[in-house]
Design a protein around this ligand. Sequence first.
Ligand SMILES: C[S@@+](CC[C@H](N)C(=O)[O-])C[C@H]1O[C@@H](n2cnc3c(N)ncnc32)[C@H](O)[C@@H]1O
Length: 288
Amino acid sequence: MAEPIVKWVGGKRQLLSELRPRFPASFDEYHEPFVGGGAVFFDLEPARGSVNDLNRKLIALYRAVRDHPERVVEENRTHRYEEAYYYDARDEFNALFDGDDRSTDETVRAASLFVYLNRSGFNGLYRENSSGEFNVPFGRHTNPDLVRERQIRRASAVLSDVEVYNADFEYVLDEATAGDLVYFDPPYEPVSETADFTEYQADGFDADDQRRLRDVAVELDEAGVDVLLSNSPPVADLYARHDAFDVETVAAARTVSRDAANRDDVAEIIVSNVDAADRRQRSLDSFG
Ligand SMILES: C[S@@+](CC[C@H](N)C(=O)[O-])C[C@H]1O[C@@H](n2cnc3c(N)ncnc32)[C@H](O)[C@@H]1O
């Protein structure tokens, strides 16, 4: 089974056991328009379909890993886990993305720096400042694996089977056809009891984007495409009026609280149009 190459904010590894049984037992192509670290995509290893993300550095990483896995692994062996080296690497990484054109050597170098910075940075986070520069400080880790040889080889094979896009999520309307499965994991709508959710903006993804996404989900449903979406409870209302969609609340494993009163704070929702009879319904252990 493949696994993510980089750690990503909103990574879905904790939700896998909730998502897997809700997938349809069979589907043609698989599409993931907000792939991020790709926890679900790499777990599923689909034979056909597409992945996409608006983050151009992340997609450059995936394309480099797909096309030049051995060169990325080789380059990864050259890095040193040292604070001064880290900040030089961070500057070099950002400079490589000043323009849009990169040679193959620069593409491989950028991918390798991405993995290195993600392994060595604070908390393994990926974060950019308002100018779009990666700005995570050096982090303290014990013997970080800077090479990721096995993960990169496996990810390369899985990425070779699908199209890899760097676009807005609406591209999926042109890609998905009846019988396909689309899993949406957009930036979550922040949860707050005090403010109206339409005032919020997370990761540049605002309430209008959440509505636009709902409209895309409805259009896909009408075209005979199976749709799954994860998000936070405030977006449930957007889907409540649409009979085709079930909204289920699940506890996010990483933050499950023993205090029942706090559970809502960590709940996530899974929206799906997959008929109960078509679901996999398999347990984590029996999932093949
Ligand atoms: C919650 S994260 C996905 C996490 C992913 N499921 C994982 O396991 O790592 C949301 C992703 O949506 C991307 N994104 C934000 N706005 C987007 C848009 N309009 N179209 C496509 N992707 C977008 C972000 O770059 C981010 O990687």
